[in-house]
Design a protein around this ligand. Structure first.
Ligand code: SF4
Length: 465
C-alpha cells in the first residue's frame, strides 16, 4: 500500500467526472489521500478529454501546467480518453508525464519520477488516433478495462448532488463522433449495481446526496445491450414491460430526492420515458439534438427533424408547464447550407429552449464526417454559432425573467448557490440564495431578480436539511 497524497484534475464532460470519482476510489484503496493543492501531491493524475481539438488542447495544457507546479519527486499520470485514443503517441509527445495509462490500467508509475522526461515537447502537439480495433476485439478489451472502472466504489460526494454513470460506450455511429472508436460498444451496468451506488451516495453521513444525475454516452439506450439478442447473453425484454431506463428512473427516484437525466437521444424520448421523467418531479429534458435540418441530420447519421422536435417539446410543455429543455447543436457540419442554418434559427425561435450550447464542427480523423465533401470554412461555422448563441441568449434571458415572482424548491449546492429543477449542475445558471443557508439544505425560495442566466432568490419556507 502506498502512503501519499494525490491530485486528480478532470477535463471534459460529466461522464469523465464519474470516471475520476472512481479513480479516486481506486487511489483511496491504494492508500492515497487527497492533497489540498497540486503542489503538495505525490501523484498527479490528469483525466483527459479527446472529444474535439479544443478539448484535447485544454487537456495538454492541464498536463503542462501541473508539470510546472509539481513538487520534486511527484509523479504525473495522464489517463482518460486521450490516453485511450492516442496511446503511445501521447506518451511520446508528453515526456513530462511519468505514465500514460489507458482505461483500467494502474495509475501508479513503475519507474521513479522523471525517468521518462527528456525536456519540453515541441508545440503544438499533434496526434493521430490509434488504429481502430475490430468490434470483437473492442468489445472484449473494454469489458475488462473502462467498464470495470464503473464497478469500482467511489469516495463520498463533495456536493449534495452526484453524477452516476449507468453505461459505458455507445452503439450509435453519429458522423461527427469518435467516441465509439475508443469507448467501445455500449455496456450497461445492472440495475442492482447502479442502485447500490445510489444508495451509498444518498446515505452518506457527511454529505448525503439529494440529487442523482444519471449519465451515459446514450442514456436513452441504457440496458438495451442487456435485453437484446444482438449483444449476446442477457435477459430479453418482455413485450409490454417498461424499458430498462424507465424502470431504473423509477427506482432511483424512490431513493433520491431528485433524479435528473442528461443526454437523451431524441428518438429515445418515448411517451413512457417522458412520463417517467415527469414522475420524478424533475421535469428537465436534456435532448441531444445536434441540428434540425432533416437532410443534414441524415448526413450526420442521426434521427429526426425540427418539426418533430418542436411537436415533442410542445406536447411535453402541455403535460408539464414547468418542463425545462436543454440541447446542444453543431454548426458547420460538412454540407451545412444557409437554408439548413436558417432552419436552425427558426427552430430556436419556435422551441424557446431554456438552455442551449453551440459548438463548431471539429473534423475528427477516423469519423465518417472526416471523409465528407463540402467542409464548411471554420470562420463561417463560427459566425453561424455566434448568430445562434445571440438568439438563444435572449431566449434564455426571457425565460429566466419569467421566473421572477415564482416560488421554487432549491437545493443548496454551496454557500450562496442553489439550484431548482430548472438548472442542471455545472452547465446551467444557478439560483443565488442567502449565504447563511447550509449546504445540502432544501428550501422554498421566491425568485426576486433575473441576472442573465442566474436568478436571485429569498427564502420563503424551510423544509428541512
Ligand atoms: S450518440 Fe452519437 S454523439 Fe453520442 S456518443 Fe454515441 S455516437 Fe457519439
Amino acid at each position: 500500500m502506498a502512503d501519499g497524497r494525490y491530485w486528480v484534475q478532470t477535463l471534459g464532460c460529466p461522464k469523465n467526472q464519474v470516471d475520476s470519482d472512481k479513480l479516486e476510489g481506486l487511489l483511496h484503496g491504494e492508500g492515497y489521500v487527497p492533497a489540498a493543492d497540486p503542489g503538495e501531491a505525490d501523484l498527479l493524475v490528469v483525466n483527459t478529454c479527446a472529444f474535439i481539438e479544443a478539448a484535447r488542447q485544454e487537456s495538454i495544457d492541464a498536463v503542462l501546467a501541473l508539470a510546472d507546479v509539481r513538487r520534486p519527486g511527484a509523479q504525473l499520470v495522464v489517463t482518460g480518453c486521450m490516453a485511450e485514443r492516442y496511446g503511445d503517441e501521447l506518451a511520446e509527445a508528453l515526456p513530462e508525464a511519468d505514465l500514460v495509462a489507458a482505461f483500467g490500467r494502474s495509475l501508479i508509475p513503475a519507474a521513479p519520477s522523471g525517468a521518462r522526461r527528456r525536456g519540453v515537447p515541441s508545440a503544438p502537439v499533434t496526434l493521430r488516433p490509434r488504429p481502430e480495433r475490430s468490434p470483437a476485439h473492442r468489445r472484449r478489451a473494454e469489458h475488462v478495462d473502462s467498464f470495470d472502472l464503473l464497478r469500482l466504489p467511489r469516495p463520498a460526494s463533495p456536493a449534495p448532488w452526484a453524477y452516476v454513470k449507468v453505461a459505458e460506450g455507445c452503439d450509435r455511429r453519429c458522423g461527427f463522433c469518435a467516441i465509439p472508436t475508443f469507448r467501445g460498444v455500449q455496456r450497461s451496468r445492472t440495475p442492482i449495481d447502479v442502485l447500490a451506488e445510489v444508495r451509498s451516495l444518498v446515505s452518506d453521513i457527511a454529505m448525503p446526496v439529494k440529487e442523482v444525475v444519471l449519465v451515459a454516452q446514450d442514456l436513452a439506450s441504457y440496458g438495451r445491450d442487456r435485453t437484446t439478442a444482438s449483444h449476446g447473453p442477457g435477459p430479453r425484454r418482455a413485450v409490454g414491460r417498461p424499458t430498462p431506463l424507465v424502470s431504473l428512473v423509477a427506482e432511483v427516484a424512490q431513493l433520491a430526492l431528485r433524479t435528473r437525466l442528461l443526454y437523451l437521444y431524441p428518438s429515445g424520448l418515448t411517451g413512457e420515458l417522458i412520463d417517467a421523467v415527469l414522475g420524478t418531479g424533475v421535469p428537465y429534458f436534456d435532448l441531444s439534438l445536434q441540428h434540425v435540418s432533416r437532410p443534414l441530420l441524415a448526413r450526420m447519421r442521426r434521427w429526426g427533424d425540427g418539426e418533430r422536435f418542436v411537436d415533442r417539446i410542445d406536447a411535453i410543455r402541455a403535460q408539464s408547464p414547468l418542463a425545462t429543455f436543454r440541447s446542444s447543436f453543431i454548426l458547420g457540419y460538412p454540407g451545412e447550407t444557409e437554408a439548413d442554418h436558417d432552419a436552425l434559427l427558426e427552430f430556436l425561435a419556435a422551441a424557446q429552449l431554456d438552455w442551449a450550447g453551440f459548438f463548431t464542427f471539429s473534423r475528427e480523423s477516423g469519423t465518417y464526417a472526416d471523409r465528407l465533401p463540402d467542409q464548411v470554412p471554420a470562420e463561417l461555422a463560427l459566425e453561424r454559432s455566434r448568430e445562434c448563441a445571440e438568439l438563444q441568449d435572449a431566449i434564455t434571458a426571457r425565460r429566466r425573467d419569467a421566473l421572477v415572482g415564482q416560488v421554487r424548491e432549491v437545493l443548496v449546492d454551496a454557500p450562496g448557490t442553489a439550484r431548482s429543477v430548472h438548472e442542471a449542475p455545472e452547465i446551467d445558471g444557478v439560483v443565488r440564495v442567502p449565504a447563511s443557508l447550509a449546504v445540502g439544505t432544501v428550501v422554498d425560495v421566491m425568485i426576486t431578480e433575473s441576472l442573465g442566466t442566474d436568478v436571485a432568490a429569498e427564502t420563503v419556507e424551510r423544509h428541512g436539511s
